[in-house]
Design a protein around this ligand. Structure first.
Ligand code: CAA
Ligand code: FAD
Length: 380
């Protein structure tokens, strides 16, 4: 068994680390305060290849493996989780979904632009009445011969206002329940497609989250992804990989907070010595580091499973479940190590603590990950 990273993996990790420090760190507090979308940073991430890392070079992607992707996700998330969720959605939900299940024409028309960041993608599954219970889709797409007529509301959509291309899941035949669901590619600007107001959030405030309304939007037949009725499986299969990305995001948030806490504990003195010399603080660091290492092993195992062609439904769910809990625990402790300074924005850890929470909610809550894991265990 070899736990070491290849030269190429180390190069990608270092490139993401440098980029995060030089391009994401400046202004990260201000963007969080103002809920400002990191447009300039997203453009640069596209130019550097972070938005289509695993896509085949044939479609302008980086042709990298999932291990490279999670290494980059961890580094970007240490500094700015609002940027890393944009990377995650574009790479592992939108680009992956299109590359794995799209037609050649769809890949040429849409994927090749998404992989470079020329266009940004969004993944639209959730609805007011269909979050965890994702088969309860109310959005409908009625077959009209050469096109579908799309009607309904999606909510909580990441990149909702800033994306160009949207993968939209909708019910085409209610009688068939989840087997009557399809996925479609919808372009911004099509008649009847309206972006609702931006959510005012606890964390990842730089990422824009919107409700989307579809009123008689005409979607050409050729924009359906996969065979008729494949939409729910498409969403599930795509989310299995997406969850590895979010697990890596949680890992990054935790390691970013831990590194700040460790440094702070070596500077701050109380009772005549640096606080890391108080065993209560040193033990916190030991616990944080151990939890992070355990999370890293689960994240890497899930990424490796995907790269090897193994099933990764369970390993991805376990990585997300565990890493998101570690992100919560470690960021709370990082604030504690900082004392009063931990409670103010300047020291970054309060933002990381707020950002950590979403990793237990999106791409399937922790309770849903337990459903996926337990069903997998019992099926085996
Ligand atoms: N791969 C392939 N097929 C799958 C699958 C998978 N991983 N998981 C389920 N399926 C199939 C099942 O085989 C079944 O099909 P058949 O009946 O034809 O065999 C069908 O899907 C229905 O499966 P279930 O009966 O298991 O469905 P369920 O209603 O019990 O729900 C669930 C299962 C796992 C809870 C699912 O609804 C789920 O994942 N919910 C959470 C939704 C979610 O993660 N949303 C995230 C939105 S995107 C997002 O959040 C992005 C972001 O923030 C950045
Ligand atoms: P609910 O499903 O109502 O769940 C409420 C609570 O009940 C949770 O604790 C849940 O775990 C629990 N629960 C529900 N069912 C069960 C059960 N069977 N057993 C045990 N517990 C259960 N969605 C997209 O499609 N695309 C996006 O880009 C996207 N981005 C998001 C960005 C943000 C910032 C947020 C907040 C959400 C985003 N989502 C997105 C939606 C997200 O995936 C959902 O919020 C999530 O799946 C939970 O759905 P819900 O909010 O409807 O909660």
């Amino acid at each position: 068994m070899d736990f070491s990273l290849s030269e190429e993996h180390l190069m990608i990790r270092d490139a993401a680390r440098d980029f995060a420090k030089t391009e994401l760190l400046p202004g990260v507090i201000e963007r969080d305060n103002k809920q400002e979308f990191p447009a300039e940073q997203v453009q640069k991430m596209g130019e550097l290849g972070f938005l289509g890392m695993m896509v085949d070079p044939k479609y302008n992607g980086g042709g990298m493996d999932t291990v490279s992707y999670v290494l980059a996700m961890e580094e970007l998330s240490k500094i700015d989780a609002s940027c890393s969720v944009i990377v995650s959605v574009n790479n592992s939900l939108v680009c992956y979904g299109l590359e794995a299940y799209g037609t050649e024409a769809q890949k040429e028309k849409y994927l090749s632009k998404l992989a470079t960041g020329e266009k940004l993608g969004a993944f639209c599954l959730s609805e007011p009445e269909a979050g965890s219970d994702a088969t309860s889709q109310r959005t409908t797409a009625i077959d009209k011969g050469d096109h579908y007529l799309l009607n309904g509301t999606k909510n909580w959509i990441t990149n909702g206002g800033t994306a160009d291309y949207y993968l939209v899941i909708a019910q085409t035949d209610k009688e068939k329940k989840h087997r009557g669901i399809n996925a479609f590619i919808v372009e911004k600007g099509w008649e009847g497609f309206e972006v609702g107001p931006k959510e005012d959030k606890l964390g990842i405030r730089g990422s824009d989250t919107h409700t989307l309304n579809f009123n008689d939007v005409k979607v050409p037949k050729e924009n359906r992804i996969g065979e008729d009725g494949f939409g729910f499986k498409f969403a599930m299969k795509t989310l299995s990989g997406g969850r590895i990305g979010i697990a890596a995001q949680a890992l990054g948030i935790a390691s970013g907070a831990y590194e700040l806490a460790k440094e702070y504990s070596k500077q701050r003195k109380t009772f005549g010595t640096e606080i890391c010399n108080h065993q209560a603080i040193a033990f916190k660091l030991a616990d944080m580091h151990t939890q992070i290492e355990a999370a890293r092993h689960l994240v890497m195992k899930a990424a490796w499973d995907k790269d090897q062609g193994n099933n990764y439904d369970m390993s991805g769910a376990m990585a997300k479940l565990y890493a998101s809990q570690v992100a919560m625990d470690v960021t709370v402790e990082a604030v504690q190590v900082h004392g009063g300074n931990g409670f103010v924005k300047e020291y970054h850890v309060e933002r990381l603590m707020r950002d950590a929470k979403i990793t237990q909610i999106y791409e399937g809550t922790s309770e849903i990950q337990k459903i996926v894991i337990s069903r997998g265990l019992l099926r085996d």
